[in-house]
Design a protein around this ligand. Structure first.
Ligand code: GRF
Length: 185
């Protein structure tokens, strides 16, 4: 978590089973939201590991393992994780991104959509891979880009979609993992 944590709040409100909230910096709203909901938190400070992305990633993986996490849901986690995270949780890291992927990957997706003059944008929930904002798409929803839209206005409209879609998709993903586990017993 790096940002305001509204997607985390949506997951909390929908009562998804959250073992820990991991932030890449201290003092973010996501940590306050977790504390208020009595959810464990871990800060793995990106700044303390610069420039070593692998060591930072290893520390994130350690934190997740300490809390026996089965599925990792990224929500506004703006630090790119090294391959080690995807090896540790193969096919089990999910991300939400504020564009209709594969259009507008990266940290400036909303601004770039406006600059490109697209008439429709939206959000994408996908399985994350070492390639940023890549990986199998689980779900997408679209919103119109309105004349005169600012990046903030469009992002707010996209976030409203994320807040309902992300919990729903994660719940289905968890149910699928549970079914697979029962099937393999
Ligand atoms: C979301 O739009 C997410 O898709 C993007 O960053 C935003 C995070 O918002 N990667 P929040 O911190 O959940 O409010």
């Amino acid at each position: 978590m790096s940002g305001s944590g509204t997607n985390l709040q949506a997951l909390i409100d929908e009562e998804l089973p959250i073992a820990v909230v991991v932030s890449d910096r201290p003092g973010v709203q996501a940590l306050d939201r977790a504390n208020r909901a009595d959810i464990a938190t871990e800060v793995v400070d990106r700044g303390a590991f610069l420039p070593d992305r692998e060591a930072f990633t290893d520390a994130v993986v350690d934190a997740l393992r300490r809390h026996e996490v089965d599925l990792v849901a990224m929500a506004g986690f703006m630090t790119i994780l090294a391959k080690g995270a995807f090896d540790a949780f193969p096919g089990r890291i999910v991300n939400t991104h504020p564009s209709l992927l594969p259009a507008f990957r990266g940290a400036h997706a909303v601004e770039e959509a406006i600059e490109a003059g697209v008439k429709v944008s939206g959000c994408t929930i996908h399985v994350a891979t070492p390639e940023v904002d890549d990986g199998p798409i689980l779900a997408q929803e679209a919103v119109p880009v309105l004349p005169g839209d600012t990046p903030d206005a469009l992002h707010e409209r996209i976030k409203t979609l994320e807040h309902s879609l992300y919990p729903r998709v994660l719940r289905e993903f968890i149910q699928q993992l549970e079914a697979e586990e029962v099937g393999s017993r």
